[in-house]
Design a protein around this ligand. Structure first.
Ligand code: NAD
Ligand code: TDX
Length: 337
């Protein structure tokens, strides 16, 4: 049966990849994309689908109660990506993170409750579990791990996860939550480490590696993540949390060397800089639940091939990120007056 999805934050990195994925994989479904177009929202990501009759863009905030209730009531389910998503920005100022990630999620939950009978998938992150040590490689985050967020961003996401849980327990809402590791792929805003490093290197700049470079992240291709989200949306059990990983743990130093190798550049382009405050040492995901319940495993995340394709995408789409850098520059000049 065809469905009408309300996607929040669909002009961002993962949301825009998800919209492409659904329009390709579910020809009967249609999508309403609610996005505020903050600094990281970019309609260029969706220029190829803007005239598709199955797709509609609505410019607005998830904090706008009237608008959100109207959109939830006219759609069948909600996939909630909209968020402030960058850890470094949350260290500078957490206000927008609390506003959007916590209060915005509450507005959506209230609307889902008021409209009744709709499923909401909440897109969350492995960062809510906190940090793992480097010397116990066998330990990975399972869905039963306690929540121990360390950055203001992670705390805002953990808060939204707990609100989702509470609306299930208290009101019986049909909610599911996914917690995914670090995504890579096309259309990622060039503040995140992979596009940040590739675009800096392409401009002849060095790359700033935080601390000793030994922090470990699990890298998943964004389309593997989108596939898992669609699966959980359609088949996940109400009230459950599903961890989604790439089975692809790498230290930041290993990642940086791999990018330099792919771009045929020397290691001297690395600059070790001051560490991020509260920098989580290691994230690692146990994918057992996704495998046992759905037989799902990541298929597109293995390196070096998946990383090569991503690096090539940024090198072949310089106008996409040059426009973003020009906008960011203009915003900085405006702010200075
Ligand atoms: P992103 O920053 O690229 O995109 C966020 C989008 O949300 C933007 O289009 C922005 O305009 C929109 N937005 C922000 N505030 C809004 C508001 N008040 N109302 C409506 N729209 C608003 O982020 P992303 O990397 O695509 O992340 C999407 C989601 O996935 C987030 O919830 C994030 O926590 C989660 N997540 C991200 C990763 C990752 O590696 N990037 C991993 C796990 C989970
Ligand atoms: O310039 C840099 N130098 C550097 O060493 C940047 C931007 C990052 N790093 C390091 C910090 C991290 O250990 O690289 C690693 C990855 O950093 P980010 O790309 O900022 O991602 P991270 O902080 O791990 O969080 C990401 O994954 C989980 C997303 O931004 C989150 O939205 C998601 O929830």
């Amino acid at each position: 049966m065809s469905k009408k999805l309300l996607v929040t934050g669909g002009a961002g990195f993962i949301g825009s990849n998800f919209i492409h994925h659904v329009l390709e994989q579910r020809p009967e479904d249609s999508i309403v994309n609610l996005d505020l177009l903050t600094y990281s929202g970019n309609l260029d990501n969706l220029s190829d689908v803007e005239s598709d009759p199955r797709y509609r863009f609505v410019h607005g905030s998830i904090c706008d109660r009237g608008l959100v209730t109207e959109l939830v009531s006219s759609t069948d389910c909600v996939v909630h990506f909209a968020a402030e998503s960058h850890v470094d920005r949350s260290i500078d100022d957490a206000s927008a993170f609390i506003q959007t990630n916590v209060l915005g999620t509450q507005v959506l939950l209230d609307a889902v409750k008021a409209c009744g009978g709709r499923r909401m998938l909440h897109v969350s992150t492995d960062e809510v579990y906190g940090s793992l040590p480097l010397d116990q490689p066998e330990v990975k985050f399972s869905e039963h791990f306690s929540l121990s967020p360390n950055s203001p961003y992670a705390a805002s996401k953990a808060s939204s996860d707990l609100l989702v849980r509470a609306f299930r327990q208290t009101f019986g809402l049909d909610v599911v939550t996914t917690r995914c590791s670090n995504n890579f792929g096309p259309y990622q805003f060039p503040e995140k480490v992979i596009p940040c490093f590739v675009t800096r290197l392409a401009q002849g700049m060095n790359v700033p590696l935080y601390g000793d470079g030994k922090n470990v992240r699990d890298w998943i291709h964004v389309i593997d993540h989108c596939e898992a989200i669609l699966l959980v949306l359609e088949q996940g059990r109400a009230g459950e949390v599903y961890n989604v990983g790439g089975d692809n743990e790498r230290s930041n130093l290993e990642l940086t060397h791999a990018i330099l190798d792919l771009m045929d550049l020397p290691k001297q382009r690395i600059e070790l800089v001051a560490d991020r405050l509260g920098h989580d040492r290691r994230y690692a995901i146990s994918g057992t639940k996704m495998k046992e319940e759905f037989g799902w495993e990541p298929r597109r995340s293995a390196w070096p091939e998946a990383l090569r394709q991503t690096v090539d995408w940024y090198l072949n789409n310089q106008s996409w990120w040059q426009r973003i850098l020009a906008r960011a520059n203009a915003d900085r000049q405006d702010a200075r007056g």
